[in-house]
Design a protein. Sequence first.
Lengths: 390, 103
Amino acid sequence: MPSPLVNMTGVAGGQSDLATWIIAISILISTVLSILAFLGVAQGIQLRVWKSQIEARLRVLEGYVNDVRDESKKLLRKLGVKDPDVVAARVLDYFVVEPVNIEPTDITRRLERVLRTEEEHIEQIVLLALGSRPKGVEETALFKNAVTLLGIANAMNLLYKYLRHMLLLGIKTRNALLVTQLWMLLPYYMRIAKAYRSAARTISRGMPIGDAAGPLVAYRLVRSVAASNEVLYREIAKDTVYATIEYLGRRVYVVRARGPGSTVGRPGEAVEKLAEKLSQGEIAAIITVDAALKFEGEQTGAIAEGSGVAMGDPGPEKIKIERLAVRRGIPLYAIAIKMSFEEAIGAMNKNIVKGVESALERLKQLIQETSKPGDTIIIVGVGNTIGVGL
Amino acid sequence: MAFACGMDCAYLALYGASLVVVVYLLQGAYRARKRSRVVVKLRCTKCQRELVKQFRDGDFVGKIYNDICIECGGAVVEAIYVDDVVPLVERLFGKSNRGQRKT
């Protein structure tokens, strides 16, 4: 009879061979992987994963660009442009060259010339496609909204092309740092693009955006003093108007862009021209009211007071008011209505409207504190007047 | 289906648990969904009464609407803004924080 021990030894020997093979292969694999990790293969795999994620986000961004382009074409068609594709194609790749900054002498005037050429040229492109100037308040508003929408489409197209360029450059030059940086910054850029896309829908419907808070305060101030049919608005600069009202014995000039079309006007030029009509020492104060970006954690619609010119322009308009104030010794006061970037370019919400009401009360208080009866004050409602009429 | 203890009860428990999870996720998604409407606030030029209506293309702040105030007739648009619509489920069961991103 065979010994049971012989059988057990045979089975045990087979199992130990298998275990040995498994252990040997595991050690070999981990050694090879460790060597490959030192050679940068792990980084290559990581980059491939990031590249596919970036490409997926860029496809979404491309969709946003197409959406905004389609919205602008729809608005152009509504305006009466027969071939909106040609207009959109021409404006989408429009570029502006910055003025030379190594020589800063008169840089603001050069920048002003370049920016005004851009604004006037894009309007001219749309007018040529339209065939005639728009007539009436609603048609003019539609025209201004279409021009703004084309501007948004241009900005989004540039953003998309820039991000795609960074990705392709990083892959072509095998620059891992570039791809990594792009992957890390992409959520921020996508947030901006999403905000622009939602803004395009708001602008195509002619609804007020958060940035209209400044002009809305100016409108409410004028309406609180006089009925709309009693106030005469005069045009003082392109797309910019002013009204003269009496408030607690003070003469108040309220300057704002002409609405309800989408425009920011030329408030700096307007204030300069107004001051030419007034004598030295006559202006007691210049108060600007504008929407301001809030910090994360701040409440939308919160009001802050400060000094200086509250204006988010690149320089030409703001510097005119500052230079006037320096020449004539006029104090500059500012009231800011806080909101996020998305809220500033998106549809106005209830919190911003409450902020406008608070800003109006603060403005009235500031007028009383900074002047006495008989003085003249200039108030500028800075912002885009889309959806805010006179 | 047999209701004796064993595999059938296990399957029943699994189906029941899956159904509970699906219903929980759906109601959370429904409550987190943001709905909003565009509100036009008007003020009567005579009696100063506040009126509210839905936004229509062509509305703007300062636009005068004749025959909109029941008593006096004319009213002027004072503000146009987006207002969140509170869903019925949220009104009954309270606010859900799922999917909410504060800007």
